[in-house]
Design a protein around this ligand. Structure first.
Ligand code: FIX
Ligand code: ZN
Length: 424
C-alpha cells in the first residue's frame, strides 16, 4: 500500500487538513449580533484562558480591579507583555494566538504587536469572517444562544438575519442555576411563571401552571431561533433524580419540549463556577461528577437524544463507557480544561477504542472568531496522529484503507456522527 509509515502519516495528515468540520459548540455570534461577535487581536489576547494565566505571573500590584478597569487594548498589552514577551507562549491558549497569527500570514518572529494590530485594523469583517471559516475549513458552527440574556434575545426578537452557517442552540442554564431571575425574565416576556415555593415535604416545587409556562417558553423560543439542540451546563453536583427542583424542570419542562420538537438535550457537566469570582468567566474550577445520575436520565428517556460532555478528566472513561451502553447518548468534545493536546489525544484514543467513530471528537468553544483557526489546526494535528496509529494497527492485521475511507472516517468524528445522531 504505502511505502512506509512516515508516508502513510503524511497522507492521513493531509486528508485531515482537507476535512471540513461541523463545530458543534461555540460562543460565536453572527455579524448581525453586532458587538457580541468578538474578533481581532485584542479579543484574542484577552481570552479568559489568558486572563487567568496572566494572574499566575503578574505582581500583586496588578489587582483584579485594576485589570478590569483597563481598556481592552490595555488588557491585551499587559497579557502580551507578560505571557508572550517576558516568557514563551507555551500554554495551549498562548500557543493558539501564535498559530492564529501565523495562519493569517502575519510575521510572528518579529514579536511586534503594533504591526499585528495595524494589520487587524485593516480587516473588514464582511471579508474577514468568510476568510476565517475558509482557513479553518468549517462547514458551519453552532452558537450558544441564551434567551435569558436580554442582549442576545433582542437580536432574535428583531429577526436579525444570520448566515446559514451560523446555527443556533438554545442555552437554558438560568433555569437550573438561578430560577428567581429566570422566572423574572420569563414573566417579563409574558409567561406566567412564579418562582418555586417550598410548601411540601418534597422541597421547592413549581406550580403546575408555571411549569407549563416554562415548557411553552422553550417551545416558543425554539420556533423563533430554530435551535439544533437545547443545552445547559451543570456543576459537578449535577443530581438528576435527587435534586427535586432540577429533576422537575428536566422531567416536566425540558424533556417534554425536546420530545415535542424532536431536539436533543446537551448537558455539559463538571464546571464549578465562581471558584474565584474575581476572575469572572475565567474563575471556574472543575470537579468530578457522579455519572450514575446521568445514567438514570438516559434510562428514563430511551427515545430522547442526549449530547454530553464532561469537564473532569477523571469522568472521561466512565462517560465513554456510557456512550457504548446507551444508544440515546452521543458524547462530544474535549471541553475547556480538557482542550489541551495531551488530554485530547488521550480522550480521542479512548473514545475510538471504545466507540469506533460514533462520537464527536471536538468542538472549539471559540469565543473569538479568529480562534477557530488555531483550535481546529491543533485538533486536526492530534486526530491525524491518533488515526494514523489506528490504521497502522489494522494494516498489520491485513486491513487496508483507501483515502476515501480515511476522509469518511475523519468527517464522521468531526461532525458526521453528530449529524446522523440528530437525524435519528
Ligand atoms: O459553559 C460553557 O459553555 C463554557 O464552555 C464556557 O462558559 C467557558 O467559559 C468556556 O469558554 C470554556 O471553554
Ligand atoms: Zn462553551
Amino acid at each position: 500500500m504505502y511505502e512506509n509509515q512516515k508516508q502513510f502519516a503524511s497522507i492521513v495528515s493531509s486528508i485531515l487538513q482537507e476535512t471540513t468540520i461541523a463545530d458543534i459548540h461555540t460562543h460565536l455570534f453572527p455579524p448581525s449580533h453586532g458587538e457580541m461577535l468578538l474578533w481581532g487581536v485584542d479579543e484574542l489576547l484577552r481570552y479568559h484562558y489568558l486572563v487567568a494565566e496572566l494572574f499566575t505571573t503578574a505582581d500583586w500590584d496588578l489587582t483584579y480591579e485594576k485589570f478590569w478597569s483597563m481598556s481592552k487594548s490595555q488588557q491585551a498589552d499587559i497579557i502580551w507583555e507578560h505571557l508572550f514577551i517576558n516568557r514563551s507562549p507555551l500554554s495551549e491558549a498562548a500557543r493558539g494566538v501564535i498559530t492564529t497569527f501565523q495562519k493569517l500570514g502575519l510575521d510572528v518572529k518579529k514579536r511586534d504587536l503594533s504591526s499585528i494590530r495595524k494589520w487587524f485594523s485593516q480587516q473588514k469583517l464582511d471579508e474577514y469572517l468568510p476568510k476565517v471559516f475558509e482557513i479553518a475549513k468549517i462547514d458551519y458552527i453552532i452558537m450558544t444562544n441564551n434567551p435569558f440574556d436580554p442582549k442576545d434575545a433582542k437580536y432574535w426578537q428583531e429577526h436579525a438575519a444570520a448566515p446559514d452557517y451560523f446555527k443556533s442552540a438554545l442555552r437554558i442554564d438560568p433555569l437550573f442555576e438561578d430560577w428567581q431571575s429566570a422566572a423574572d425574565v420569563m414573566t417579563g416576556q409574558g409567561y406566567d411563571v412564579r418562582p418555586p415555593s417550598k410548601d411540601t415535604d418534597e422541597g421547592y416545587q413549581f406550580d403546575k401552571k408555571s411549569i407549563d409556562e416554562i415548557r411553552r417558553f422553550l417551545i416558543d423560543w425554539s420556533k423563533l431561533i430554530k435551535p439544533v439542540y437545547f443545552a445547559a451546563s451543570f456543576s459537578p453536583d449535577f443530581a438528576y433524580g435527587k435534586d427535586k427542583l432540577l429533576t422537575e424542570i428536566i422531567d416536566r419542562a425540558v424533556i417534554p419540549a425536546a420530545t415535542e420538537l424532536g431536539l436533543p438535550f446537551a448537558l455539559m457537566i463538571g464546571a464549578r463556577r465562581g471558584v474565584n469570582p474575581e476572575l469572572r468567566d475565567a474563575g471556574a474550577g472543575v470537579g468530578t461528577a457522579d455519572l450514575t445520575c446521568l445514567s438514570e436520565l438516559l434510562r428514563n428517556y430511551p427515545k430522547v437524544k442526549f449530547l454530553v460532555t464532561v469537564l473532569a478528566r477523571t469522568n472521561q472513561h466512565e462517560l465513554t463507557v456510557l456512550g457504548r451502553v446507551f444508544r440515546n447518548l452521543h458524547i462530544f468534545g474535549c471541553w475547556w480544561y480538557c482542550n489541551n493536546p495531551s488530554i485530547i489525544e488521550e480522550m480521542t484514543r479512548q473514545r475510538i477504542e471504545l466507540l469506533g467513530t460514533s462520537f464527536t471528537a471536538q468542538h472549539s468553544d471559540a469565543r473569538v472568531l479568529d480562534q477557530l483557526i488555531y483550535k481546529w489546526d491543533h485538533t486536526r494535528e492530534i486526530i491525524s496522529k491518533v488515526l494514523t496509529d489506528k490504521y497502522n494497527d489494522l494494516y498489520k492485521s491485513g486491513w487496508e484503507v483507501s483515502r476515501e475511507q480515511i476522509a469518511r472516517d475523519a468527517r464522521t468524528i468531526l461532525g458526521g456522527s453528530f449529524e446522523e445522531f440528530c437525524r435519528k
